[in-house]
Design a protein around this ligand. Sequence first.
Ligand code: HEC
Ligand code: HEC
Length: 324
Amino acid sequence: MQGPTPPCVSLSRQEFSLRAPSTARTLAMSSFLRWTVRLFAGLLLLFLLAAVSLYAASAYRLHQTYDVSVQNVPIPTDSAAIARGRHIAVTRGCGDCHGPRLGGSTAVSDPMIGSLHAPNLTPGGVGGTYSDADWIRAIRHGIAPNGSPLVFMPSFEYYYLSDEDLGALIAYLKQLPPIEKNMVAPKLGPMGRAMVVAGRGNFRLSAARIDHDAPRPTAPPRGPTAAYGEYLAYSCVGCHGSELTGGPISGAPPSWPPAANITPHADGIGAWTKADFFRAMRKQQRPDGSRIDPVMPADMGKLTDQELTALWKYLQTVTPRRSE
Ligand code: HEC
Ligand code: HEC
């Protein structure tokens, strides 16, 4: 039989030759898909693991308890001491976070950083249940009455307050008119937690950074001196940085401007006069007439002439540094 090749055979060959590359492509496609799925599953797993360990590591730090022996501080009750305490509360910035009447406020609200609700300090809030030792433990050591660390509360700055100033401050807080307002507990976002774990900037827990057993630093006598200015300048470092060169404020929402360089460098306030400094602090105005952003607490302009002179003198003595 020499007939033509049965059509079916040639067809099937043809079919085969047609199909072959496409089957290979399908196979390649499906293995590519499988690998992509595996890769994504792997990445997702890694991500979940990272999130869980970040959460666990931050929870460990946040729920650690600190048992410090709280040194007693005399709490006066006379009106002069209460007025002094009010001056300290205003000029040390308590109201910037806890609200103008200290009835509680949200200091930072950002999905990545977290919601840092500063509690109601009046007798209608935490003040209603606080003992004197609780006040000292929170403000000086950064530790809540249950022993857990405070997060955003800058106790590392208030650690330096003298017994006299801390006593006056507490005397003032205790007699605040009660405000009935409940603040929910602070809640950290992923970046806030990462900063707690890394111990970065303003999220480095005060309770961990303070040496609670070290001998107390002695506060300089009050007066228009550079030494007293340094004592006041502990309230500037949380925003302006430990070297006062400014830059982005850690833990601040993106809308906040960076803090200014306030060292006596050309990048900072090197060309300023004392009067320029007073105008900046009191009227939020730079020497060229431009406005200073309200993130710079206007309440710090309520420091007395003597205190601003002390700060000015101190700022003249810090190492002049360029802005980063
Ligand atoms: C930068 C913002 C900020 C400033 C300034 C600040 N606080 Fe706080 N404070 C907080 C936040 C937020 C909390 C809640 C706990 C946490 O996350 O740190 C807190 C917690 C506290 C607590 C503990 C309350 C509790 O839950 O038991 C006390 C007491 C307190 N602050 C007093 C003060 C006083 C007094 C001043 C001024 C000398 C002050 N704070 C300044 C943000 C601030
Ligand atoms: C809550 C954060 C915060 C604190 C606390 C703070 N500052 Fe500032 N300060 C800023 C920011 C932000 C700016 C920049 C504002 C702008 O860009 O308009 C600034 C600007 C200034 C300026 C103007 C400098 C310039 O060249 O524009 C002076 C002076 C200054 N701060 C002094 C101080 C002193 C002194 C203290 C402490 C007693 C202090 N600040 C505490 C945030 C802060």
